[in-house]
Design a protein around this ligand. Structure first.
Ligand code: ADP
Ligand code: MG
Length: 260
């Protein structure tokens, strides 16, 4: 482990959360405590509807915890949150804009679209296999290319913390495997800190450096474990190791135990 990975970026302390509506209260999170550290890729896995997306909304500050608290220790000003990039299941690319115009959109909105910023993004498109498509429309891209473009657009704003909400679930299985591999590699190369939520165990294990296993709703933490592989492998390569199978079984058992 490199030293930078010990710097805490976001921390949950006994966080509890419920949605309130006219029909009543839905308790979603119970006593959730964990820390995301710099350079870490945290996978959050749990059954559908258990509260995974809610955790990301809390990190992003779109929701406030009902009990407990959330800190951003890396910020000098504790009340200020880290700069967050959010990537969703649907890629939200705009059809009337070219790929390059899509990835520069965030910069335009923030009036940060300088020549250098644009050049950097063109280089990133090139580096991650989209160079030839920079003037194409999103509809001309494959599902996997669209997700790569969406990630580059998110990275354009240089987020300190990247939140990924089931970003591959709209893709078919084959594509999902290779896009997962691409996205994981890009995030590692760009040295980003990321939190990925998914209900797909294989995705969580192959992409994460650590996994948080959640129970059914209201979600509690069933396990918080580092994911260590004997050598430096890509997400796809990890899937073919015995260690991957061991983690899979271990997490599967935790989830099954909770279902009973
Ligand atoms: P997950 O991402 O793990 O599938 P969510 O965090 O989206 O789960 O949602 C957790 C639970 O809260 C679900 O049962 C969902 O139906 C409910 N929920 C989500 N958003 C709202 C909302 N705005 N109002 C009421 N209930 C909600
Ligand atoms: Mg969700």
């Amino acid at each position: 482990m490199e030293a930078f990975s010990r710097v805490p970026m976001a921390a949950f302390e006994n966080v509890g959360f419920a949605y309130h509506s006219l029909e009543g209260e839905t308790a979603v999170l119970q006593n959730i405590s964990f820390t995301v550290r710099k350079g870490e890729f945290l996978s959050v896995v749990g059954p559908s509807g258990c509260g995974k997306s809610t955790i990301l909304s809390l990190i992003a500050g779109l929701l406030e915890p009902e009990t407990g608290s959330i800190f951003f220790p890396a910020c000098e000003d504790e009340s200020k949150k880290v700069n967050i990039g959010y990537m969703l299941q649907r890629d939200q690319l705009f059809e009337w804009r070219t790929v390059l115009q899509n990835v520069t959109l965030g910069l335009e909105i923030r009036r940060k679209k300088t020549k250098e910023a644009r050049k950097k993004l063109e280089e990133m498109l090139e580096k991650y296999g989209l160079g030839k498509f920079k003037d194409a429309r999103p509809s001309q891209l494959s599902g996997g290319m669209r997700q790569r473009a969406a990630l580059i657009r998110t990275l354009a704003l240089e987020p300190e913390l990247l939140l990924l909400d089931e970003p591959f679930s709209a893709l078919d299985y084959q594509t999902r495997l290779s896009v997962g591999d691409d996205i994981g590699t890009i995030i590692e190369k760009e040295k980003k800190t990321a939190v990925l939520v998914t209900h797909d165990l294989g995705e969580a294990i192959s992409l994460g450096t650590r996994v948080l296993v959640l129970s059914g709703r209201p979600a509690r933490i069933l396990a918080d474990m580092p994911l260590e592989f004997p050598e430096d492998l890509t997400p796809l390569e990890k899937r073919n190791t015995a260690v991957f199978q061991e983690y899979f079984q271990k997490i599967w058992k935790e989830l099954k135990k909770d279902e009973q």
